[in-house]
Design a protein around this ligand. Structure first.
Ligand code: PEP
Ligand code: MN
Length: 353
């Protein structure tokens, strides 16, 4: 008699789990349909719901801690699709695509193993200033001209850049000297406008986790040069690139530009180890900006050589016809004779590695 009773209880006990499973799947399906609710609204709803469930559980057997654990788990349980998505390798990863991404800028191919060079002033200040540097690039057979038209300055009272006028200057000089233009864009609504002027959209260190800007750049078909964030980890850097790629644009150049550390001898700490790690983990070209990382003209050349030696696909540095009078980064831009020596030595080093 007793045995029959236990068997019956066991059966009922088991049956409650199948009923729970059915309800949990219904709950997951409804949760899925509400997935576009803003995060703040969703978490507020769940908090109120949990409080109400606990209030209604006064005569129930479960304790508050169990209620918390069970319902929080139920509200956050991943669906099969979500589990699959979290396991999928990132689009920028080598696991997803083993073959190197190569970006073609007016015939200059970035990501082939042969280093490319990006030079130009910190800020665009005038046509003559940009044209003088552009001519020096052309004479060296170089193709990639940089210059900031929208400048993300620490102080709002410092020179903020010439904006679209600066982009126009870059385009004019680039057309004249047959160069490709790389320039930073700082807000999503300027991306579309910039497409008429630039060959590469630069996203700067301060905006490297501006996800709306990353996504907007990802909706274009312009190559993007993405800097590492001021205090960004390598994983955050890769995830930022994934934001661009997730919107469809896989033409991304990663640029190591130094990170914030306790060291004060350099402007930032150049994380040279990031280069081979990024090359290993992603299929994207990796460049090193030796100006903003070191902030020191006296060590730019050895650091640029180090970048090439560890496998960087390119080097970026700032050049200005009259650095002392520059409206930004006056202390660290190379003048033209220094640039000549820097480039000659770097190019000859490149031939040796
Ligand atoms: C730049 O390249 O002009 C610049 C501002 O660099 P970063 O975003 O790396 O500071
Ligand atoms: Mn600068």
């Amino acid at each position: 008699m007793q045995t029959t009773n236990v068997l019956e209880l066991k059966k009922q006990y088991e049956q409650t789990h199948f009923e729970l499973l059915k309800l949990l799947n219904e709950q997951a399906s409804l949760r899925q349909q509400l997935k576009d609710l803003p995060e703040s609204e969703r978490s507020e709803t769940e908090k109120l719901l949990l409080a109400e469930l606990k209030a209604q559980n006064e005569s129930g057997m479960l304790g508050d801690a169990a209620m918390d654990a069970i319902f929080k788990a139920v509200m956050q349980a991943k669906t099969k699709d979500e589990e699959e998505a979290s396991k999928r390798p990132m689009l920028v990863s080598r696991a997803y695509k083993n073959e190197d991404t190569v970006i073609d800028l007016k015939g200059e191919k970035i990501g082939t193993g042969k280093a490319s060079f990006v030079f130009g002033p910190c800020s665009v200040e005038s046509y003559d200033q940009v044209a003088t540097v552009a001519e020096s690039l052309k004479n060296k057979g170089l193709k990639l001209l940089r210059g900031g038209a929208f400048k993300p300055r620490t102080s709002p009272y410092d020179f903020q850049g010439l904006g679209v006028d600066g982009l126009e200057i870059l385009k004019r000089a680039a057309n004249e000297y047959d160069l490709a233009v790389i320039s930073e864009i700082v807000t999503p609504h300027d991306i579309e406008k910039a497409l008429d002027y630039v060959d590469v959209i630069q996203i700067g260190a301060r905006n490297a986790q501006n996800f709306e800007l990353l996504k907007e750049a990802g909706r274009t078909n312009k190559p993007v040069l993405l800097k590492r964030a001021l205090s960004g980890t390598i994983a955050e850097f890769i995830a930022a690139a994934e934001y661009v790629n997730s919107e469809g644009n896989g033409q991304i150049i990663l640029c190591e530009r130094g990170i914030r550390t306790y060291e004060t001898a350099t402007r930032n700490t150049l994380d040279i180890s990031a280069v081979p790690i990024l090359k290993q983990e992603t299929h994207l070209p990796v460049m090193v900006d030796v100006t903003h990382s070191t902030g020191r003209k006296d060590i730019m050349l050895p650091c640029a050589k180090a970048a090439l030696a560890v496998g960087a696909d390119g080097v970026m540095a700032e050049v200005h016809p009259n650095p002392a009078a520059a409206l930004s980064d006056a202390g660290q831009q190379m003048d033209l004779p220094t640039f000549d020596t820097f480039y000659n030595e770097l190019a000859s080093f490149q031939g040796k590695i």
